[in-house]
Design a protein around this ligand. Structure first.
Ligand code: ATP
Ligand code: MG
Length: 655
């Protein structure tokens, strides 16, 4: 094992070939890799044909001032036009864009492309009425209701960058994002449904406006409020405006203006697993090309027959690229669901797939592990045979979770695309191609055609096969972030200073003997045990491969003997009960057997929940605080902040 690279401990060797019929009709075939490698910019120019331009661009890429890229220079377009109008103009207005499923089970709404165009146009006219012009920032704080998509597209239509803030975030998180991007308008709702009850949203906006001292700073001029639940809300008629009074009364005619390819489309804050969230800026042309192409290639979309469903929240980048911009630009029919997976019962997602005959399904490993915890008999009660492709995003999928997903959801036939990307990358970067790649459980496989990514050592040299190091992107790509909002220096420092002329993603990775890429967790989370650099991902996957374990989080805690020692927090499967008296010893031995004594956790705590961000990522830095007996750090982006209190008290009592 090398002292520099991350030690390679896993021994996974299963793989699955693409189903023959999918391979035969795949959108993107193997030859695309070579074509893109020979002429990368020419390949991207071909992909740019997937969207509609107002004026054509003059130059594919201007990289004269790195790391500040300009893509499709001189071209103009409108993102909203690309997502709605052009499908209506092409005669597909009657096609359903959104099968929206509310949480109250009988509350559903089908919206065609023609209806979506009218709604977006009305909203755009309404925003103009409120004085929103190109360049103004608009904060969107909504539950998973159609108005979230409509509001985003209305902003895009006006060239007013949106910043969508997850509806579960607190007033503090909302205030700091409004201040950071100086939003002029907030779009929210009275509330939304969660776990069978109406939960309020509007009070958090009111509180945020007090926190930002709105009467002095004058940031937010208006709050546009959707009535979703009908619950009572405080209404300040100086600034609050009802959506149904303004938008519903506005005209459905709105001519989209064409904006420069580099016009800002949105600012999205990262999930904050490793520190203070960063406002990532995406612009229009390159981003639209990236989402449209990757959605088409990775999900092998056949818009005439497919029904796609991504379970992400629109408050996360996955919702931006793979609910709003990518799928809608491709003109597909998709499902959008308001509620949680366990309301009104734990089979709700599978019931939706069965009822709407979903063909492609995109979710996160954290969700899959939750279903593993609940047991396979739950999905077994539903007909999931319509599924032809499964996707995973957000963190490495543990091989055991991959196998479970494949077998119990995918009927042992649907290929799984494990998609690696980030808020910063805008669209998928590393993933199997479903009709080409022989997928391996736990590996994101290879960069997509058009993307140049590699694994390098400390000095920036590519590692050999079978070695670990740092994941980098070595050439610019269309949907790359353009900067951190208002902070060019932090942009350069964070992503472009670690290695010369390369984008450093912050993730550890390794290449296996075939050169396929395995993500190994954040480099900030890598631990150093007696001089060996161990990845969190591999120890966690070893724990999850034990039949009693559903989820695991591993951190390195300071240790007098070994420098750092692995400490594990595990959630047991429901079928395991309390695990039995010796469960901790059993799991320690299991890790030693699976990957070696060096990785054996010094302590294992059985917990009921793990601290997660809203996108389902485990916040290991908080667990490290607990394991090292420190005060727990900034937890404002946690989905449920009470989780940390439980874990801290469990740590103290040794339970
Ligand atoms: P912050 O940068 O503030 O800590 P974040 O990185 O969690 O937030 P995102 O941009 O949503 O915010 O997450 C991107 C990260 O998610 C990647 O850097 C990687 O660590 C992880 N990730 C996403 N998809 C995968 C995947 N398929 N396999 C492994 N890791 C993944
Ligand atoms: Mg990140």
């Amino acid at each position: 094992m090398s002292e520099q690279g991350i030690s390679n401990l896993s021994t996974e060797d299963r793989h699955f070939d693409p189903p023959a019929d999918l391979a035969a009709h795949a959108n993107l075939k193997a030859e695309a890799y070579e074509r893109a490698a020979n002429d990368r910019l020419g390949f991207w120019a071909e992909q740019a044909e997937r969207i509609s331009w107002g004026t054509p661009y003059d130059e594919v890429l201007d990289w004269s001032n790195p790391p500040f890229a300009k893509w499709f220079v001189g071209g103009t377009l409108n993102a909203s036009y690309n997502c709605v109008d052009r499908h209506v103009e092409a005669g597909k207005g009657d096609k359903v864009a959104l099968h929206w499923v509310g949480e109250p089970a009988d509350d559903t709404r089908d919206i065609t492309y023609a209806e979506l165009k009218d709604e977006v146009s009305r909203a755009a006219n309404a925003l103009e009425e409120l004085g929103i012009v190109a360049g103004d920032r608009v904060a969107i704080y909504l539950p998973m209701i159609p108005e979230a998509v409509i509001a985003m597209l209305a902003c895009a239509r006006l060239g007013a960058p949106h910043t969508v803030i997850f509806g579960g975030f607190s007033a503090d998180a909302l205030a700091s994002r409004i201040i950071d991007c100086e939003a002029k308008l907030v779009i929210t709702s009275d509330g939304g449904y969660r776990r069978g009850a109406a939960a309020a949203l509007k009070p958090a906006v009111d509180e945020a406006l007090i926190k930002i001292d709105n009467s002095n700073t004058g940031l937010v001029e208006n709050v546009l409020v959707v009535r979703r639940t009908g619950q009572d809300v405080a209404f300040n008629s100086d600034i609050d405006v009802w959506w149904h009074e303004l938008v519903d009364e506005s005209s459905e005619d709105h001519t989209p203006e064409m904006f420069d390819s580099e016009h800002p489309l949105y600012v999205m804050y990262t999930s904050g697993t490793t520190g203070k969230p960063k406002g990532i800026l995406h612009t229009t042309g390159g981003y639209m090309v990236g989402c449209t192409y990757t959605y088409w290639a990775v999900f092998d979309t056949k818009p005439e027959t497919d029904i796609y469903w991504c379970t992400a929240d629109v408050g996360w980048v996955t919702g931006h690229s793979y609910i709003v911009y990518g799928p809608l630009a491709n003109g597909v029919t998709q499902v959008m669901y308001e509620g949680t997976p366990d309301t009104p019962h734990k089979g709700r997602w599978w019931e939706i797939i069965q009822d709407l005959k979903v063909t492609q399904f995109y979710t996160a490993p954290t969700a899959i592990r939750t279903f593993m915890k609940w047991g396979e008999q739950i999905p077994a009660d539903f007909d999931l045979s319509s599924l032809r492709l499964l996707g995973s995003v957000g963190e490495s999928i543990n091989p055991e979770a991959y196998m479970w997903y494949r077998e119990h959801i995918g009927g042992d036939k649907a290929p799984i695309v494990d998609t690696w990307w980030q808020t910063e990358t805008g669209s998928i970067m590393i993933s199997p191609l479903p009709g080409v790649t022989s997928g391996k459980p736990g590996s994101a496989m290879t960069p997509l055609p058009g993307i140049a990514a590699d694994v390098v050592d400390d000095s920036g040299k590519p590692v050999g096969n079978g070695e670990g190091g740092y994941l980098v992107v070595t050439e610019p790509w269309p949907s790359m972030l353009r900067t951190i909002w208002g902070d060019d220096e932090r942009f350069k420092e964070t992503y472009w200073s670690r290695f010369k002329n390369m984008y450093f993603a912050g993730d550890g990775a390794k290449k296996d003997d075939d050169g396929d890429i395995w993500l190994m967790g954040r480099v900030d989370d890598v631990m150093n045990v007696s001089g060996h650099r161990l990845s969190t991902t591999e120890i966690e996957s070893a724990l999850v491969s034990h039949p009693k374990v559903a989820e695991a989080a591993v951190v390195g805690a300071t240790d007098d003997m070994t420098g750092q020692a692995p400490v594990a927090f595990v959630i047991l499967r429901e079928s395991a009960g309390d695990g039995g008296a010796d469960v901790v010893q059993e799991l320690r031995d299991h890790v030693a057997k699976e990957i070696g004594a060096i990785a054996k956790p010094k302590r294992i705590l059985v917990v009921a929940e793990l601290p997660k961000t809203r996108s389902g990522k485990i916040m290991r830095r908080l667990l490290r605080d607990v394991a090292e007996n420190r005060t727990v750090g900034d937890a404002t982006t946690l989905a449920d902040s009470s989780v940390m209190d439980l874990i801290s008290s469990g740590m103290k009592t040794g339970k």
